[in-house]
Design a binder for this molecule. Structure first.
Ligand SMILES: *Cc1c(COP(=O)(O)O)cnc(C)c1O
Length: 363
């Protein structure tokens, strides 16, 4: 079986260094908010080309704390892509902000900038862009709208470590960017972890308070914060893996390039090939009108696939009050998407086998 993603194989090259780094933390007697985190924050800010990085407990909290620090008021509207993972939207609900869903561009499956302006009202305060599957949104038109209407841009880059847009690293483009280091992400910890990058010093400072009960000085609380810290062991592990992120992303790009050139199946829609080297290819998402049959066929040939995602947010039980919304492009995408295995440890033989097998579907 070619697994969709085998974390043992992904982490194998780093295991000795990860064990040494973890042991160093274990023996240091200092486990929360220490040197490892400080080093990681400096390293990741520099990697992204942002002035600041603030480590938090996970990607969901990274988005939540950005929105909280921006002090939007209950009822304020925030534009979000309708085609995304639920974690992009839940933070709005926690803070009583109103998500305004915008349909994706059919080719990229990302927020369609052409549709955004029609959804802006006097209550709109921000646009959340999601660099879903590892590809950056088309940011220039979104930045122009944000300037015109005085909106903040927040990017959910949980799937886009190392992605660039016109040569600029994701994490340095929006007012604030949220990252997740969940184990399956392009830069993955061995547990939960997340971070915010921003070049707004005031915002960074505020999020530093908020992640630690609203406090930076023991027992002195400036804000009603939360407990959302990136612990020292995870930070140490991320410090081990970060220097290899570009190399791993480049390997993903090579694989994506082969898939884009060599998969040839009628009715199968491939992702756009125009920015193959800017995309970090967290997922390689294709579409097929007979998804179930293709998945079953690949499974029978020992190729494990995945679906990101099977049910849109506005059709989830958790969002019952908006189940009536009609977002046809988003719904069609959720019916047709299949994620093929794409990760830095796939061998050339496996890649060739995956492509040959797909190309023979229905023959
Ligand atoms: C993984 C992910 C998140 C959430 O990250 P966690 O660290 O699991 O909280 C948010 N948005 C997107 C698009 C993701 O893929």
């Amino acid at each position: 079986m070619i697994p969709f993603l085998d974390l043992n194989r992904v982490n194998a090259p780093y295991l000795d260094a990860i064990e040494a780094a973890s042991l160093r933390v274990i023996r240091s007697g200092w486990y929360i908010l220490g040197r490892e985190l400080e080093a990681f924050e400096n390293n990741f800010a520099a990697y992204c080309g942002a002035d600041h990085c603030v480590g938090v407990a996970n990607g969901l909290d990274a988005i939540t704390l950005i929105l909280k620090a921006m002090e939007f008021q209950p009822g304020d509207e925030v534009i979000v892509p309708a085609n995304t993972y639920i974690a992009s939207v839940l933070p709005l609900s926690y803070l009583n902000l109103k998500p305004v869903f915008v349909e994706p561009d059919w080719a990229t499956m990302l927020l369609d900038p052409k549709l955004v302006e029609a959804h802006i009202t006097p209550a709109t305060k921000a646009i959340v862009t999601v660099d879903l599957y590892g590809r950056s949104c088309e940011m220039d038109p979104i930045i122009a709208l944000a300037e015109k209407y005085k909106l903040k841009i927040i990017t959910d880059a949980a799937q886009a470590h190392g992605t660039t847009y016109h040569g600029k690293k994701v994490g340095s483009i929006s007012h604030a960017t949220a990252f997740s280091f969940y184990p399956t992400k392009n830069l993955g910890a061995l547990g939960d972890a997340g971070a915010v990058t921003t070049s707004d010093s005031e915002l960074a400072t505020k999020i530093r308070y908020l992640r630690n009960y609203g406090s930076q000085q023991r027992y002195k609380n400036e804000y009603q914060g939360v407990n959302s810290r990136l612990d020292e062991i995870q930070a140490a592990i991320l410090n081990v893996k970060l220097p290899f992120l570009d190399k791993e992303n480049n390997r993903r790009r090579e694989i994506a390039d082969r898939y884009l050139r060599e998969i040839k199946l009628t009715e199968l829609i491939l992702p756009p090939a125009d920015r193959v080297n800017e995309d970090s290819w967290h997922l390689f998402v294709v579409r097929h009108p007979r998804r179930a049959a293709l998945i079953e066929y690949l499974d029978g040939k020992s190729i494990q696939t995945n679906v990101h995602y099977p049910l849109p947010i506005h059709k989830q039980r958790a969002y019952q009050s908006i189940n009536h919304l009609s977002l046809p492009l988003t719904e069609r995408i959720h019916e047709q998407v299949i994620s093929l295995p794409l990760n830095p440890v796939l061998s050339e033989e496996e890649i060739t086998y995956i492509m040959d097998t797909i190309n023979q579907f229905d023959l």
